[in-house]
Design a protein around this ligand. Structure first.
Ligand code: G3H
Ligand code: 13P
Ligand code: ZN
Length: 331
C-alpha cells in the first residue's frame, strides 16, 4: 500500500532502522526496487527527481508506481518527490499521487545557487502547510551538499553551485537545524555533512575531516525526535567500480560514503538514505558486460534484464545493511 514518509520513518525510528530511498526513472528500476524489497520483507521509498518526472512523464511515472503498489500488496511504499525546487513542483507531485515531497530550499529555484535562510524557511513552511492539508509528508534541507575537500557545492551532477562555498555552508549548523524544524514543521530533515551527489565524492577513503558524521550526532542530540536524511549516500563500492571498468567503462578511482558510516548515522537519527549512483553504476556495468560479450545482441530485454538484476542486488544489500529487511510485515 502507498504510505507517507512520516508513517514509515516513525516506524523506523521506533525500531532503530534506516530506509534507503532509491531513485527511479523507468520500469526496470521500479521493478528492481520492489523485487529486492519483497525478497527481504522491506518497506520501500521510491523517489523521482524533476529529471525523472520529465524523462518518464508524470502520468507514466505515477501509473507505474500505482502498478507496483498493486503488484506488491504486502510492501508499504512511499512515493517521494526528490529535490523539489519550488512550491509548484511539490504541489504538482502531490496532484500526481506522490505521498511525500522534498522541498529543497537550501538552493534557490534554479537548483544551484545557495539560498539564504529566510527564503528556505519561508518556502519550506509554505509547502508543509499545503502538503499537510492533504496528508502528504515533507522533507526539508538545511545546508548545501558539497565537498569539504574542494569547497565545491553539488559539483558532480552538473548542477554546480556558483563559486566556492565556505566550510560552514557545507555543514548544517545544529542550532539552526533546531530553529528550522521548529519554524517549518518538516517531517524529515536533510542535512549536509560533506557528501555530494554522484560518483566522485571523495579522493580517498573519507575520515572525519571530509565526512563530518559528528554533525549528525550533534543534530540528533538537539533534535532527538526529528527524522534525519542523508543525501549523496551511495557507497560507490570498489567491486562496482571494478565491474564497470572490467566491462570497458572508464571510471577513475573514487570513494563514496562507507556503509559503516551510514550504519553509525542510523544510530543517531538517520532514517532515510538517498541512493541513486550505486544503482546507475551497477546497471550500466551489467549492460556493458552483456553487450561486450554478445556484440550481435540487439534485443533490449537481453541487456535490461541483467541490468535490473544488478540493481536488485544493490538494493537487497542495502535493505540488509540498514536493517530495513524484515520490517515490511510489521508496519
Ligand atoms: O539528486 C540527484 C539524484 O541522483 C537524481 O538525479 O536529477 O539526474 O535525476 P537526476
Ligand atoms: P548519490 O548520488 O550518492 O546516489 O545520491 C543520491 C541522492 O542524494 C538523491 O537525492
Ligand atoms: Zn539528493
Amino acid at each position: 500500500a502507498l504510505v507517507t514518509l512520516r508513517q514509515l520513518l516513525d516506524h523506523a525510528a521506533e525500531h532503530d532502522y534506516g530506509v534507503p530511498a532509491f531513485n527511479i526513472n523507468n520500469m526496470e528500476q521500479g521493478l528492481a526496487v520492489l523485487e529486492a524489497a519483497s525478497s527481504v520483507d522491506a518497506p520501500v521509498i521510491i523517489q523521482a527527481s524533476r529529471g525523472a518526472r520529465s524523462y518518464a512523464n508524470d502520468i507514466m511515472l505515477a501509473k507505474m508506481i500505482e502498478a507496483l503498489v498493486v503488484m506488491y500488496p504486502d510492501i508499504p511504499i512511499v512515493m517521494h518527490q526528490d529535490h523539489g525546487n519550488s512550491e509548484a513542483t511539490c504541489a504538482s507531485a502531490i496532484r500526481f499521487g506522490f505521498s511525500s515531497v522534498m522541498m529543497d530550499g537550501s538552493l534557490k529555484a534554479d537548483g544551484k545557487t545557495p539560498a539564504d535562510y529566510a527564503y528556505n524557511v519561508a518556502v519550506t513552511r509554505n509547502v508543509v502547510d499545503f502538503a499537510h492539508w492533504v496528508g502528504a509528508s515533507v522533507e526539508g534541507e538545511l545546508g548545501v551538499l558539497g565537498s569539504l575537500e574542494t569547497g565545491e557545492g553539488e559539483k558532480e551532477d552538473g548542477h554546480g553551485a556558483e563559486g566556492k562555498l565556505s566550510h560552514d555552508q557545507l555543514l548544517t549548523d545544529p542550532a539552526q537545524a533546531a530553529d528550522f524544524v521548529a519554524k517549518t514543521k518538516v517531517d524529515a530533515l536533510a542535512i549536509a555533512m560533506g557528501t555530494s551527489h554522484g560518483a566522485y565524492k571523495f579522493t580517498r577513503k573519507p575520515d572525519g575531516a571530509i565526512l563530518a558524521m559528528k554533525v549528525v550526532e550533534e543534530i540528533h542530540r538537539r533534535l532527538p525526535s526529528t527524522h534525519l536524511v542523508m543525501h549523496g549516500s551511495s557507497s560507490v563500492p570498489q567491486e562496482l567500480q571494478d565491474a564497470f571498468n572490467a566491462a570497458g567503462g572508464e571510471m577513475p578511482q573514487t570513494w563514496g560514503v562507507p556503509v559503516e558510516e551510514i550504519q553509525r548515522g542510523i544510530k543517531f537519527g538517520v532514517r532515510k538514505i538517498n541512493i541513486d549512483t550505486d544503482c546507475r553504476i551497477a546497471m550500466t556495468a551489467a549492460i556493458r558486460a552483456t553487450l561486450g560479450k554478445n556484440k550481435g545482441e540487439f534485443d533490449p530485454r537481453k541487456y535490461l534484464k541483467p541490468a535490473q538484476e544488478a540493481m536488485v542486488k544493490v538494493c537487497r544489500q542495502r535493505y540488509e545493511e540498514f536493517n530495513t529487511a524484515g520490517q515490511a510485515s510489521k508496519i
